[in-house]
Design a protein around this ligand. Structure first.
Ligand SMILES: [Zn+2]
Length: 166
């Protein structure tokens, strides 16, 4: 059995959304989420898409998202992170692999992602070209401890398993 496992991690600082602060509207897994704070980022700051993209690239032994899509490149300014994700899925496919499953944990003090978890899973499954049952998203808080617990950042951990299809 030819399988590859990849791990991804991402963190973005959260600030009040522009024009009050420098935060962008909060997006996770390609889904817009109602929040008064959002990520400070060069792209759209979708930490969940970034972590899973890195997990896919990592499983393939390829350069990470920061190397593939540097924030010094003006083309990546405000960019929809689905572009990064889809290009990682395409690279996997070109290497002969498909997504077996994705598991992820979003650590966010507020808002709680419970009400939008289903929408996030559906969005990720569509982007990955995988069945809904193969994509999982878990939400946690940081128990009010540290910067994440104070709502100053969002953190995401992800693992991806790829299997050879050709
Ligand atoms: Zn990121």
């Amino acid at each position: 059995m030819d399988i590859r496992i990849g791990h991804g991690y991402d963190l973005h600082r959260l600030e009040p959304i522009a024009p009050v602060g420098t935060g962008r509207p909060l997006r996770l897994g390609g889904v817009a989420i109602e929040s008064d704070r959002g990520p400070v980022a060069h792209s759209d700051g979708d930490a969940l898409l970034h972590a899973i993209t890195d997990a896919i690239l990592g499983s393939l032994g390829m350069p990470d998202i920061g190397q593939a899509f540097p924030d010094s490149d003006p083309r990546n300014e405000s960019r929809d992170s689905a572009d990064f994700f889809l290009s990682a899925v395409r690279l996997a496919r070109e290497a002969g692999y498909a997504v077996v499953n994705i598991d992820s944990t979003v650590v966010l003090e507020r808002p709680k992602i419970g009400p939008v978890k289903g929408a996030i899973r559906a969005s990720l499954a569509a982007l990955a070209g995988a069945d809904l049952s193969r994509v999982n998203v878990k939400g946690k808080t940081h128990e009010s401890i540290g910067p994440i617990g104070r709502g100053e950042a969002v953190e995401v951990h992800a693992v991806v398993l790829l299997g050879r299809v050709t």
